[in-house]
Design a protein around this ligand. Structure first.
Ligand code: G4P
Length: 527
């Protein structure tokens, strides 16, 4: 029973650069999953960018209830867990950490723009984990870069081999559909109003006269040439390479018009990985291992004013989760009862009685839990700590009101435990205020807002000129790190675990230090 439940689970995330179409695709996936019957027409959201999460934004607009952390829906016998990767203003270390809790990802690319910076950053994390990456080339109904160029970008910019599962029959106003290479069929594109319903799809062979008739002769000839080139020079379909994240299956389509989404979903269900085993201190733990285990990848406190509490999100790795079960926090050996377990659905919470590997459960109220904690009913299982990612924005946080200082410290400690920001000690600095580092600038607003609202502590931010940070490769001897020649404007810092790092004020400074100190290596992640 449990093996079947595990095999039908898929935990995944969508990665993209803002505006590529992640929200639209999410909505269409829900549509196919039957989670919403009718997606509303897409209205302007540009002026609503201040919402705390993309999904909350979607919720507000559509008046539908979807969770802001994980969406669960059924598709073709599979239980899908789609995890949100906050990406607009709320881009943060959490966005990266979410990627440690999924088994595969869908990468959405705006085909008019190609690969953009945020996609690249998120892709890097997925590549390091070696998980399957499915690419959706979106907005084919508009003017796009030439499809061959887009395929080439995946190879040259991201360094991943790409296999086109389907090929566009023209683009922009000339876009007539896609040719599916695996089954040698043409799927014609029909613009349905707002793309709100399942788009009707007719299929036939590419050499079929109906296909030729649909296209201008030049477009047809170009498409035939492109497909011949891809068949001849492109990589072959290799499932094992997809599983390892070395080959990405590429789907051309249009999320807004609901075109190509089903092809993506069908392939995802077929080739996306079920819950994977995970390395622990006592060896690899298989999902079918009867011992319950999981890890906390995100903590969210007080985000919903109606529920002033703290939720720890757990990715289940092995065993069966049951409400009221008693587990051990591996970090301190403390035993806790998971009596307040929830599936979060928008603002509503639904109690979870049973969950399986691949599922995400929200545990409410346990102040003891930290990001990266292992929870298990079998003492001994400890999963490696979640990595810390190099911050990209830096600011001093001052508490000018001495009577509030205690509350300020207490609040800040809580936020540091949640991993909202990182604290850094600057070598030789006389400032009593902590230097904070964050992956996304909104995190500083979150810190100030929460210090004020939850702890009654005012604070003042002071911007700094730093633009990046690199840790020294931990395998380097400390003397080598200490002896690094640094130019004016760069500073040596220590993080809360005593690891040495350097703050740079420009890309030039980073390059300069790397060139001047050939025996020094830097890293952007540490465990
Ligand atoms: P994001 O979550 O990745 O930031 O992207 P989102 O889905 O919000 O989409 C960004 C914009 O791109 C939206 O337009 C959306 O309608 C549009 N879009 C998404 N998929 C497609 C597609 O397949 N074709 C075309 N032509 N457009 C697409 P917007 O102007 O921001 O909002 P709206 O006025 O359309 O609502």
């Amino acid at each position: 029973m449990s093996a079947a439940e595990i095999a039908r689970r898929r935990a995944f995330a969508i990665i993209s650069h803002p505006d590529a179409g992640k929200t639209t695709l999410t909505e269409k996936l829900l549509l196919y999953g039957g989670a919403i019957q009718l997606a509303g027409s897409v209205t302007s959201r540009k002026n609503q960018r201040s919402a705390t999460s993309d999904w909350m934004e979607l919720e507000r607009q559509r008046g539908i209830s979807i969770s802001s952390t994980v969406l669960q829906f059924e598709y073709d016998g599979c239980a899908m867990n789609l995890l949100d990767t906050p990406g607009h203003r709320d881009f943060s270390e959490d966005t990266y950490r979410v990627l440690t809790a999924v088994d595969s990802v869908v990468m959405v690319i705006d085909a008019g723009k190609g690969i953009e910076p945020q996609t690249r950053k998120l892709f890097e994390i997925c590549r390091q984990r070696g998980i399957p990456i499915f690419t959706f080339m979106n907005k084919l109904d508009r003017f796009t870069k030439p499809p061959l160029e887009l395929m080439d970008e995946l190879e040259s910019v991201l360094g991943i081999h790409a296999y086109a599962m389907n090929w566009p029959l023209g683009t922009g106003s000339d876009f007539k559909g896609v040719f599916s290479r695996r089954d040698q069929q043409a799927h014609f594109f029909e613009r349905t109003p707002g793309g709100a319903y399942r788009a009707p799809v007719k299929v036939s062979d590419l050499s079929d006269q109906t296909v030729r008739d649909k296209m201008y002769p030049e477009t047809y000839a170009t498409v035939c040439d492109e497909i011949a080139l891809v068949e001849g020079a492109g990589p072959s379909f290799d499932e094992a390479a997809i599983d390892k994240g070395m080959l990405t299956p590429v789907f051309f389509g249009s999320a807004m018009n609901n075109f190509g989404v089903q092809m993506l979903l069908d392939a995802f269900v077929k080739y996306g990985l079920p819950p994977q085993p995970k390395e622990s201190t006592i060896g690899v733990i298989e999902p079918t291992n009867p011992a319950f285990s999981g890890f906390v990848f995100k903590i969210q406190a007080n985000m919903d004013p109606r529920h002033r509490d703290r939720i720890a999100f757990i990715r289940i790795v092995s065993g069966k989760f049951e409400r009221e079960m008693s587990v051990i926090i591996a970090r301190n050996g403390k035993r806790i009862r998971l009596n307040s377990s929830h599936k979060l659905f928008g603002q509503e919470r639904e109690t979870v009685d049973v969950a399986w590997p691949g599922d995400i459960v929200g545990i409410v109220g346990h102040g003891d839990l930290r990001v990266g904690d292992t929870l298990t009913d079998k003492p001994g299982i400890v999963y490696t700590a979640l990595p810390r990612f190099a911050p990209e924005v830096f600011a001093y946080l001052h508490s000018d009101n001495t009577s509030q200082f205690k509350r300020f410290r207490e609040g800040l400690d809580q936020l540091l435990q949640e991993g909202v920001v990182q604290v850094l000690q600057v070598r030789g600095s006389l400032s009593r205020s902590p230097l904070l580092g964050a992956v996304g600038p909104l995190q500083f607003d979150v810190v100030q807002y929460r210090l004020k609202n939850e702890y009654g502590a005012d604070s003042r931010m002071e911007q700094t000129p730093y633009t990046s940070m690199r840790w020294f490769d931990p395998s380097l001897p400390r003397e080598v790190m200490e002896a690094t020649t640094l130019p004016e404007g760069t500073r040596m810092v220590e993080d809360d675990a005593g690891r040495l790092a350097v703050l740079f004020d420009s890309d030039w400074a980073l390059r300069y230090v790397t060139e001047k100190n050939p025996n020094v290596r830097f890293v952007t992640q540490v465990v």
